[in-house]
Design a protein around this ligand. Structure first.
Ligand SMILES: Nc1ncnc2c1ncn2[C@@H]1O[C@H](COP(=O)(O)OP(=O)(O)OP(=O)(O)O)[C@@H](O)[C@H]1O
Length: 359
């Protein structure tokens, strides 16, 4: 039984309305989550942030603690046992029944919900067809590839016509190529899905491609939420800035100058006053061996190379010094500058390439 307090009034309207309060040892999750039917929400966050705990609470596998609530389509769910919830779950490692064929794996859900066997199998065959897997109807899970198995798992969850679809790192176990295919197909199915979908992921690309809205969780709390492009343009924590590949600083603006809490000032194009964030991409940073004399860049800092790593077709240079920052350079530029850990360099960033916004 849950320890949840009775909630007096049912929220009006369809969709999900939840406050997920869960205690696990010294960890406390407290996350508000609401979504309309048709919404795809991604829960994004670092290891240990509480994403899986949130998903387990939605599925009913972990009880809510005091102060929590969970409503779906105007019905209170937190006292409903997991198997009776209109919830479909897709796990990262598929969890298909090994002794059942692909078709019977999908038919299992409708069967459990009282659909007669022949009808459940007809529905399952239609799902396999939709997934492009008709020829694998009689195949057992161990003979399916990772991508095929994950599609069967998605079909199995959707076949029960859930009002809430939960996806826990659904692409994490797939190799890069398969991931691309399954991501595209999943996007298509989620776009057609008429109820609420909640996706847990580490991968910002999965989140941005699959979800309409991102909810970023750190240490059991929501630290930022919004559309993918809003989050990418205006990250509000170091974790999110890293995720979307931006250098991020906090400071106090006075006109075009932002004095950082620790470190130097940054000149920006936006005119602002008061507490702000300033962000710029690593690609906006130019490095010089010697202090540049004729540079028009307003922002010039002396730095030391802390590390170098390959990042796509570029080299990501990790810099410490007056201002810790990441810079992206071509391999040729890195070689020409003779950069190695410990090298002393000057970094410039044009004001026009920074973006400042209220904190
Ligand atoms: N059974 C448990 N008992 C006590 N604490 C737990 C238990 N399971 C998880 N925790 C703690 O709860 C916190 C949240 O874990 P959770 O698995 O939800 O995070 P996550 O965001 O899903 O992380 P990851 O991305 O690594 O899967 C962590 O601090 C973890 O140590």
């Amino acid at each position: 039984m849950t320890e949840t307090d009775p909630v007096t009034a049912a929220p009006s309207g369809k969709g999900l309305d939840a406050r997920l309060v869960v205690r696990r040892g010294s960890f406390r999750l407290d996350v508000e989550l609401s979504a309309a039917p048709g919404d795809v929400v991604a829960l994004l966050g670092p290891n240990g942030a509480g994403k899986t705990t949130a998903l387990r609470a939605l599925a009913g596998l972990t009880p809510l603690s005091e102060g929590g609530r969970l409503w779906l389509d105007g019905v209170r769910l937190d006292r409903t046992p997991p198997e009776s919830r209109p919830v479909g779950v897709v796990f990262q490692d598929y969890l298909l029944f090994p002794h059942l064929s692909a078709l019977d794996n999908i038919a299992f859900g409708p069967r459990c919900r009282g659909v007669p066997k022949a009808e459940a199998r007809t529905q399952a065959a239609a799902w396999l067809e939709r997934m492009g897997l008709a020829e694998f109807a009689g195949t057992r899970p161990r003979r399916l590839s990772g991508g095929q198995a994950q599609r069967v798992a998605v079909a199995r969850a959707l076949a029960t016509r859930p009002r809430l679809l939960l996806l826990d790192e659904p692409l994490a176990a797939l190799d890069a190529r398969t991931r691309l295919d399954v991501r595209a197909q999943l996007r298509h199915h989620l776009a057609d899905f008429e109820a609420v979908a909640v996706l847990v992921t580490h991968d910002p690309l999965d989140a941005m491609v699959l979800a309409d809205r991102l909810v970023v969780v750190e240490d059991g709390r929501v630290v930022q939420e919004g559309g993918p492009s809003d989050i990418a343009r205006g990250p509000r924590t170091d974790y999110i800035a890293q995720l979307v590949g931006l250098n991020l600083y906090r400071g106090e603006a006075e006109g075009h100058t932002v004095r950082l809490e620790a470190g130097p000032a940054i000149t920006t194009t936006e005119r602002l006053d008061g507490p702000v964030f300033v962000a710029f991409p690593p690609g906006a940073v130019t490095l010089h061996r010697d202090r540049p004399s004729g540079s028009s860049a307003r922002n010039l800092w002396q730095c030391r190379v802390a590390g170098l790593e390959t990042h796509g077709d570029q080299i990501r240079v990790d810099l410490t010094g007056e201002l810790p920052l990441a810079a992206d350079l071509t391999t040729v530029a890195t070689a020409e500058l003779g950069l190695r850990p410990g090298s002393s360099v000057w970094a410039t960033v044009k004001a026009a390439q920074t973006h400042a916004y209220p904190a």
